[in-house]
Design a protein around this ligand. Structure first.
Ligand SMILES: C[S@@+](CC[C@H](N)C(=O)[O-])C[C@H]1O[C@@H](n2cnc3c(N)ncnc32)[C@H](O)[C@@H]1O
Length: 418
């Protein structure tokens, strides 16, 4: 086995003492040929280990859910106002928690929470109902067959966070996302980066070779591991290792693929999807610059984040171009993100920052920021904003606290770039 060559005769010695990397070929996922057997194993894993395993009364700060609001996201990508009652959201592989914050952010919008695991769905229902949100349907099923359940072009926003890399036929899953998206719709996708997950994947394979299959044994081994060993560092650096299901998700998962950037982009392309922007920590706003930055980090083997991005249907590119050129040339309306509007009165008088959700630290909201934001409770024409406020307004627009929409219907077909 490539990884255990050199001074370590077996995986145990490497786990306990090894501080060096194992080679990349060792850390890659073995392809699973039998897709339905893999699905059964993944389902069984999540029936046993609810993920994430938060206390039933864990709560989120309402204002921190601003970046999940469908109206705000729809405005960003399409420049249109979307009636929240008309919008449809799918949580594809919802896990045990995400329906709750998504419902906080979208209290008027019907949400479908889909998952393979009944245990995760049960827990998610508890979190959501305990907080008195009842606009979520909890549905068991496999994402790759979701068009059979929901039909095509059914959703405006699909959140598929940390799921695709657990599906052996990832291309089928991405094609399903594409088929489920309405025209103009978008998906948020998070997948593991091969570079960022290198050590975790190596530990995972070593534990598998040693036939270590439970969390208790991993914890015992970890206590024995030398401080500074890859294994110890891996556990210490992962917040989810604090809870058993998190540790199991890291090291005992039956299927966890990782991606190089170009591999991910090629898969999206094959599924007729295109990236609209990356939102992992430190992501740059310009797509091409961010792609170049990520490639350089991969070459230097210093990329430390997984990939988080918004993707849209390739055939909607003309709509997005039309909105971009409309925004540059014509009048737009600026209004408050509905989540910010709802929670603005509850923000403290002292300056505060909302949780970063789009890859960068948010501008603080201080007293004057709060007063400025309050002016956008009803839409304001961009041309009517005083020049002295424009810079702050632009910052709040970038952060999605404010949203921008076209002042008149956009002619989609008129502005396809040559
Ligand atoms: C790592 S968890 C992520 C949960 C959630 N998206 C979040 O961000 O907290 C992965 C979830 O995807 C679900 N899943 C995996 N494969 C699936 C599939 N083929 N169809 C539907 N759900 C799936 C699992 O049951 C699990 O709940």
């Amino acid at each position: 086995m490539v990884g255990f060559a050199g001074p370590y005769r077996n995986g145990l010695q490497w786990l306990l003492h090894g501080a060096e990397e194992l080679t990349l070929s060792f850390t890659q996922e073995t392809p699973m040929r039998n897709i339905s057997a893999a699905l059964t194993l993944v389902k069984a894993h999540y029936e046993k280990y609810v993920y994430p395993d938060f206390p039933r009364l864990a709560s989120v700060r309402g204002c921190d859910t601003y970046a999940l609001n469908l109206e705000a996201l729809w405005a960003r990508f399409n420049g249109e106002r979307l009636d929240p009652h008309e919008g449809r959201i799918l949580l594809a592989g919802c896990g045990s928690f995400s329906p709750y914050p998504t419902a906080v952010a979208n209290w008027k919008t019907p949400i479908t929470a889909l998952d393979l695991s009944a245990a995760n769905l049960d827990r998610a229902r508890q979190h959501t109902w305990l907080r008195l949100h009842f606009n979520v349907d909890f549905i068991g099923g496999d994402l790759t067959r979701a068009t059979e359940q929901f039909g095509e072009q059914a959703f405006h926003f699909i959140d598929c966070y940390g799921v695709i890399h657990h599906i052996p036929d990832d291309l089928a899953a991405l094609r399903t996302l594409h088929a489920l998206l309405k025209p103009g719709a978008f998906a948020r996708i998070m997948v593991y980066s091969r570079c960022a997950r290198r050590s975790i994947q190596a530990v995972r394979r070593a534990l598998r070779l040693l036939e270590i299959q439970n969390v208790r044994e991993i914890r015992t081994l970890c206590r024995k591991a030398r401080p500074g060993s890859r294994f110890r560092e891996c556990v210490d650096a992962a917040p989810e290792a604090a809870f058993d299901s998190g540790l199991a998700d890291l090291f005992l998962h039956p299927y966890a693929k990782t991606y190089l950037l170009m591999e991910l982009l090629a898969k999206l392309d094959q599924a007729n999807l295109e990236p609209l922007g990356f939102i992992h920590p430190s992501a740059l706003p310009d797509l091409d610059t961010e792609i170049a930055r990520l490639r350089n980090l991969e070459i230097a083997r210093t990329l430390t984040t997984n990939f988080i991005l918004f993707a849209g249907r390739k055939e909607d590119a003309p709509r997005r171009w039309a909105w971009k050129s409309f925004k540059a040339e014509q009048e737009t309306w600026i209004s408050l993100n509905p989540v910010i509007k709802k929670f603005l009165p509850f923000l403290p008088l002292i300056p505060m920052k909302l949780a970063p959700r789009l890859g960068f630290a948010n501008p603080p909201i201080d007293l004057s920021g709060k007063r400025l934001l309050a002016r956008f409770k009803t839409p304001v024409a961009k041309s009517a904003i005083e020049p002295g406020h424009l810079k702050t307004v632009e910052k709040y627009l970038h952060a999605l606290f404010l949203i921008e929409t076209a002042s008149e219907p956009i002619a989609w077909n008129a502005s396809i770039p040559l």
